[in-house]
Ligand binder design. Structure first.
Ligand code: ASP
Length: 334
């Protein structure tokens, strides 16, 4: 039976309304799917198990509470962190790729003649995270019980001693370079993809010395699996009260503190930057994360630093500061 004109018009009208409604809903759905609409990648420039990875995974475990999406930690190693930084600088600025990195973001321009990214112009700045002291460690059976004995031993055995680090640009390399300059002893160096693997080599006795962050070293120091020669802060640590500083043992003014920042490719939408910063701040206030960071000697950056401006101004200052420091200390012949 042919449809009457009226009823066919009614059906057409109903269909139009339905389609129109759907069309309207699509943008709303898209808007409702505001950032993040899918998992986020947080790139760590060093191997799993190292201090940077430890901090990244502590944050990634709780950030979904704020973001409503998982945070996937991706270890992208090599060249002291510069391979990861370069890859994030070139990544899609869609809000789904971030980098967590440390002082290496500021030292790379002085260490690498042909850096394929500019730390001060190729990124958006999200937030600082934590500041972490370093510890100078020896393998368990190194025949020197404290720093004075170590210095005597190094002077007599320099050609037999090797120091592990995580590549030109890593803070373990920076610390090793500054230590070598301070004690006036040429040391052979052994680069690893991160101080996670370097620590395994130290624990196995394959290397003699390693300067690494307390976020990884405190458990090994407390278990007696390594020798501790000193901490790299001006004053002693609450988390290691009996550990002398290198400065108080004669290396006056020796200081390396590792600060961390989170970055995104230039052009990443402000909405993603702001929400990622809020998720980082919430993660650092999570009781479990706060306790773990405190136990591992990490100090949460103060509020002014937990912001894009706080990270950007700090990084700018550090790039300028490290230039002369690195020139004076010279580089390892890697
Ligand atoms: N922080 C690096 C890591 O997590 C090591 C380094 O920079 O020395 O492996």
């Amino acid at each position: 039976m042919p449809l009457s004109t009226t009823s066919s018009w009614r059906r057409l009208a109903a269909a139009t309304l339905l389609l129109g409604g759907l069309a309207l809903a699509v943008p709303l759905t898209a808007a409702a799917q505001a950032w993040p609409a899918r998992p986020i990648t947080l790139v760590v420039p060093f191997a799993a198990g190292g201090p940077t990875d430890i901090v990244a995974r502590a944050l990634a475990a709780v950030m979904p509470k704020t973001l409503g999406q998982t945070v996937i930690v991706e270890n992208k190693t090599g060249a002291g962190g510069t391979i990861a930084a370069a890859s994030v600088a070139r990544a899609q600025p869609d809000g789904y790729t971030f980098l967590i990195h440390h002082n290496g973001m500021a030292t790379a321009p002085s260490l690498y003649r042909k850096l394929t990214y500019d730390p001060l112009n190729d990124f958006e700045y999200v937030s600082q995270v934590v500041d972490v002291p370093m510890t100078l460690l020896g393998r368990k059976d190194l025949p020197a019980k404290d720093l004075p004995e170590l210095l005597t031993y190094l002077k007599a055995n320099a050609d037999k001693i090797n120091l592990a680090h995580a590549g030109l640009g890593a803070v373990s390399h920076l610390c090793g370079m500054l230590f070598r300059k301070a004690v006036g002893v040429e040391l052979t160096t052994v680069p690893y993809q991160g101080t996670g693997p370097a620590m395994i080599a130290l624990l196995g006795g394959q290397v003699d010395l390693l300067c690494d962050q307390t976020t990884q070293t405190i458990p090994h120091i407390k278990s007696g699996a390594v020798k501790l020669y000193g901490v790299t802060t001006p004053s002693r640590l609450k988390s290691l009260p009996d550990a002398p500083t290198l400065s108080e043992q004669g290396l006056q003014g020796f200081e390396v503190v590792v600060w961390h920042g989170v970055y995104a490719p230039k052009g990443t939408p402000k909405d993603a930057i702001d929400k990622m910063g809020a998720a980082i701040r919430a993660a650092l206030q999570d009781p479990g994360v706060a306790q773990r960071m405190a136990d591992l000697g990490a100090v949460v950056a103060d509020d002014a630093k937990l912001s894009p401006a706080g990270l950007q101004s700090w990084l700018t200052r550090e790039v300028q500061r490290y230039g002369p420091v690195i020139k004076a200390a010279g580089q390892f012949a890697d």
